[in-house]
Ligand binder design. Structure first.
Ligand code: AHR
Length: 487
């Protein structure tokens, strides 16, 4: 029998809402067509931002959005994206599909998008191909209230008050597309660039250093030793590939059970990766001042047939939902150290929560997981133990769960990872006298996905949770993610 024991008397940390963050790059149809269509578009919009997409992101309480990249960040020159649109510089996006980037979405548009969603902006600066001065002036443009020429430019562009950006990344993947640097070199560059990213007035920057590629622990070692005291957080990237092989990643929708479990097994590597980096960080920062961020994570499959391979457009199935559920449970378990995470990428790219086609919009299974998990944002994580759990396949445990408490209500999120078997579980609640239980569930076959005009998987009320004298009894269908609320 599966037993889940939750101890409401044992808090394990506060879940930073930013763990449920997102990432939007100038890549494929993420920004253009996905988030931004321009004011002249026939697609309903407010100041160019798609109303349907903004509303959908508000509904899952998207807390923070990272922009403009990704690899694009280290090729992005912010001045190209301000001022009258017809005078903005055109460039070719050489990282992603060699398409023309007309810079019609720039700093002001990004800030407007965040304002509409109600999320915090996370701006990633260009260390790879930009200058120290350029980065310094971007921060000044964003945050200063002083009467400088840079600030006057912002006024001329219609923004009197500082934007007040807090989260600022100093380079992206500097070990790869952001300059192919050695950690020793990046550590020095980071120290130099961040020096000129000033705090302006009350707008104190939260400086984020580029972290490692997956399990490259040496990167963390060198960064923490040489630059740890100059950063607020270190941002690691880890993507889930079914095969682990970048040259043959596998299809997003056409996969068998073996590939399904291999993918979940790859996703579970996040636990080890997080632990590995935290261990090193704690050695150099015993006070645990520096936070860990995972500002790119998610599945990465072969692009959909017929799509521009440089656009990284992929469909999103119940397998992605499982990856999201398991990963978010891992982040909740480490919420004492993980201060932010950003799923890649919000719309039409990689493990997107939303897909668009013209004026149509689809909420993916991953979107629904973020909806089921939103009660965890800002809640207190609770100690949770899983016992007697069998293996679903490839060493992946059949159950993955996390629990939190907010305002007297306990939220348990649990995934049954088995593609074919239901799961029964008894949930013992220590320190909570529950009087009522309610639930919502997302369930389907492992390769089910939502398409334009075919909404196959969505959140429904969950009837499989009942309250008894010895806790809550759960009856979970195969391949499902549930949110159970006890109050
Ligand atoms: O998210 C797609 C790309 O993946 C990003 O641009 C880059 O940072 C990473 O390699």
């Amino acid at each position: 029998m599966n037993t889940i024991t939750i101890n409401a008397r044992r808090p394990t940390g506060a879940i930073n809402p930013n763990i449920y963050g997102h990432f939007a790059e100038h890549l494929g149809r993420c920004i253009y067509q996905g988030l931004y269509v321009g004011e002249e578009s026939a697609i309903p919009n407010v100041k160019g931002m798609r109303t349907d997409v903004v509303e959908a992101l508000k509904a899952i309480k998207a807390p923070v959005l990272r922009w403009p990249g990704g690899c694009f960040a280290d090729e992005y020159h912010w001045r190209d994206g301000i001022g009258p649109k017809d005078r903005r510089k055109r460039m070719v996006n050489t990282h992603w599909g060699n398409v023309v980037e007309d810079n019609s979405f720039g700093t002001h548009e990004f800030m407007e998008l965040c304002r509409q969603i109600g999320c915090a902006p996370y701006v990633n600066g260009n260390l790879g191909s930009g200058t120290v001065r350029e980065m310094s002036e971007w921060v000044e443009y964003l945050n200063s209230a002083g009467d400088s020429s840079v600030v006057r430019e912002r006024w001329a562009n219609g923004q009197k008050e500082p934007f007040g950006v807090r989260y600022f990344g100093v380079g992206n993947e500097s070990w790869g597309c952001g300059g192919n640097m050695r950690p020793e070199h990046y550590a020095d560059e980071y120290r130099r660039y961040q020096t000129y990213c000033r705090n302006h007035g009350a707008h104190t920057l939260y400086r984020i250093a580029c972290g490692a590629n997956a399990d490259d622990y040496r990167w963390t070692e060198v960064l923490m030793e040489r630059a740890g005291r100059f950063m607020d957080a270190l941002a690691v990237h880890y993507y889930t590939l079914p095969s682990g092989d970048w040259h043959n990643k596998g299809s997003a929708t056409g996969f068998d059970e073996a590939a399904y479990y291999r993918t979940l097994k790859q996703a579970l590597r996040m636990e080890q990766i997080v632990r590995g980096h935290l261990q090193i960080m704690s050695r150099y920062d015993p006070e645990r001042r520096v936070g860990l961020i995972v500002d790119e994570w998610g599945t990465w499959f072969d692009a959909e047939p017929g799509a521009n391979p440089g656009f990284l457009y992929q469909q999103n199935t119940m397998r992605d939902a499982m990856v999201a559920a398991m990963t978010l449970n891992i982040f909740n378990a480490h919420c004492d150290r993980i201060v932010m995470a950003n799923l890649a990428q919000t719309v039409n790219v990689l493990q997107a929560v939303i897909l668009t086609e013209g004026d149509q919009m689809v909420r993916t299974p991953t979107y629904h997981v973020f909806d089921l998990y939103k009660a965890h944002q800002g809640a207190t994580a609770l100690d949770i133990r899983l016992e007697g759990v069998a293996e679903a396949g490839e060493g992946v445990p059949q159950l993955s769960a996390s629990a939190s408490l907010k305002g007297g209500a306990l939220t348990l999120t649990v995934a049954n990872t088995s593609a074919g078997k239901p799961a029964q579980a008894r949930v013992a609640l220590l320190g909570l006298d529950a009087k009522a239980v309610a639930g919502r569930i997302l369930a389907g076959a492992m390769a089910d996905y939502n398409d334009f005009g075919a909404n196959r998987v969505c959140v429904r009320p969950f009837e499989g949770a009942s309250l008894g004298s010895d806790g809550v009894q759960l009856n979970l269908p195969p391949c499902s993610v549930a949110e159970i609320t006890c109050s």
